[in-house]
Design a protein around this ligand. Structure first.
Ligand code: ADP
Length: 474
């Protein structure tokens, strides 16, 4: 069973958030069962790719708005990341340093999708299923089925995984001229609220729609940034499959990014060394419990509450707080602004830093995740693997993975996105921290939990199999 994953993020080539971690690890686990999974991604001219070697596999060209764009498919050959990785290079368009942030991104995403399809009509290695991730690749199911140039591959089944339904890729009908000719009787499939909506188009056209946790699947019927009725209507082909984590990359015993490695047995001494490093580096008191936040500073993560949480918690409790994140400028400035006032108890690194995130996972005592929306959330699973106790809002994947200590579980949960709820949870964390024996018992217990990909990779395989059988029979 050959699966081609299409995405614009993939760890370690291009990572902004969880999408990269999933696309960079699921195929590796799929390749250990009866699946031959590969990934196709735009080419990025960044620090990682500069150090790698590629083999040019295929050259061709696509037409957008009557302009011809030559492209090259490059295969990564200098390192084995667990699956074949193909990068689409188009000079001036798919050769940028960053994943996001370009004015012509709609053109970039359309070009990428056209190349994926064009390459598939020319290659002999046609996949059994094309698996699209998020709206950036959401036009593929529609184009595959209805655009004239791709008739020869129109029956390949497609799967859409929604990692985040907030972003849908809305575009005006002016962009129609960038698409190849298609049967205009079905133009409505592209539409949602009088705009082209690639995520909506993919939900309508993909043979299967998955989300990254079962709870998020249910929540989307009530809260999907305008697509609630569509998702309810398409319910029969939707399924929630919980993400897993890459146990090799995220292994506290071998992680090269940490200050000190440790195992379940040496968790206390190992985590202490990492915490010491963090406290020295960020001028914090190593004797106090350390609460951390890692993530995008956006409303979905409840990040705009962080300044008030810091003020309220540090004013009344003997704790430290450390933030690693970037995003909303106002939140970034407010977090920067609090540094001087709470010197010695609070600090923040505003920016993206993969290595530092690993040190936080291995040295912070509690991880704050006051999310408004959390499709799956990987941070809490990395936290468990590293013996870091998560404090989460009961939503989406957080609800599916974390059980409160009050219910014989191993995390701290709250229901509302409010400063009061989070500070109350921090107080509960502080109480747990004062009972070091119980604190250690939970740390050791959570490190033994298994949130790896094995089970979910099998669930994806079941979905692929049901689709290929339907297509063969039908
Ligand atoms: P999302 O994809 O919504 O941002 P996830 O929890 O699925 O959230 O994944 C977030 C991933 O990005 C995790 O691997 C987390 O460690 C990482 N991450 C987020 N912000 C930063 C940052 N500022 N520096 C380093 N890693 C970060």
């Amino acid at each position: 069973m050959k699966i081609l994953h299409t995405s614009i993020e993939c760890y370690p080539i291009a990572k902004v958030g969880g999408l990269a971690d999933v696309v960079g690890s699921l195929p590796k686990y799929q390749n250990s069962i009866e699946v031959e999974a590969s990934v196709i991604l735009p080419f990025y001219d960044n620090a990682y790719t500069k150090q790698q070697q590629f083999k040019d596999l295929y050259t061709g060209s696509i037409l957008m708005n009557d302009v011809e764009y030559p492209y090259t498919i490059r295969e990564l050959i200098s390192v084995n990341i667990g699956f074949p990785l193909y990068l689409v290079y188009i000079e001036g368009l798919l050769d940028r340093a960053n994943v996001y942030g370009y004015e012509d991104d709609v053109k970039q995403y359309i070009a990428f999708q056209l190349v994926v399809l064009d390459w598939n009509i020319h290659t002999t290695e046609v996949p059994d299923v094309i698996h699209c991730h998020d709206y950036h690749t959401g036009l593929i199911p529609f184009l595959l089925q209805h655009a004239t140039p791709y008739e020869s591959i129109a029956t390949i089944p497609t799967v859409l995984t929604i990692h985040n339904a907030q972003y849908q890729g809305w575009m005006s009908y002016d962009y129609l001229k960038y698409l190849p000719s298609f049967n205009h009787d079905v133009i409505g499939l592209l539409d949602w609220d009088h705009q082209i909506n690639p995520l909506a188009a993919a939900i309508k056209c993909a043979d299967r729609v998955t989300t990254v946790s079962p709870s998020y699947m249910k929540e989307l019927q009530r809260n999907a940034n305008g697509l609630e009725s569509l998702l309810s209507h398409e319910q029969a082909k939707c399924v929630g499959i919980l993400n897993g984590i890459d146990k090799e990359t995220w292994n506290p015993n071998t992680d090269p990014m940490m200050v000190k490695n440790y195992t379940v047995r040496t968790v206390t001494s190992g985590r202490k060394e990492n915490k010491k490093w963090l406290c020295n580096h960020f001028n914090l008191d190593v004797e106090k419990p350390l609460f951390g936040f890692i993530g995008r500073l956006v409303g979905e993560k409840g990040a705009e509450l962080l300044p008030e949480i810091i003020e309220s918690a540090i004013e009344k409790l003997a704790i430290n707080i450390l933030i690693l994140g970037s995003g909303n400028t106002d939140t970034e400035q407010r977090l920067e602004g609090l540094k001087e006032r709470y010197k010695g108890s609070y600090n923040a690194h505003i920016g993206y830093d993969e290595k530092l995130s690993h040190i936080l996972y291995s040295g912070v005592d509690f991880l704050l995740m006051p999310s408004r929306v959390e499709p799956c959330g990987l941070n809490q699973m990395y936290a468990l693997r590293y013996g870091l106790i998560p404090i989460v809002r009961r939503i989406g994947g957080l609800k599916d993975t974390i059980i409160d200590i009050g219910d014989d579980g191993f995390g701290i949960c709250h229901d509302q996105v409010s400063v009061y709820d989070v500070v109350h949870s921090i107080e509960r964390g502080l109480t747990l921290y004062t009972n070091q024996k119980e604190f250690k018992r939970i740390q050791q217990y959570i490190m033994s939990l298994d949130y790896s990909w094995e089970k979910s990779a099998q669930q994806y395989l079941n979905e692929y199999e049901s689709l290929t059988q339907t297509h063969t029979n039908g």
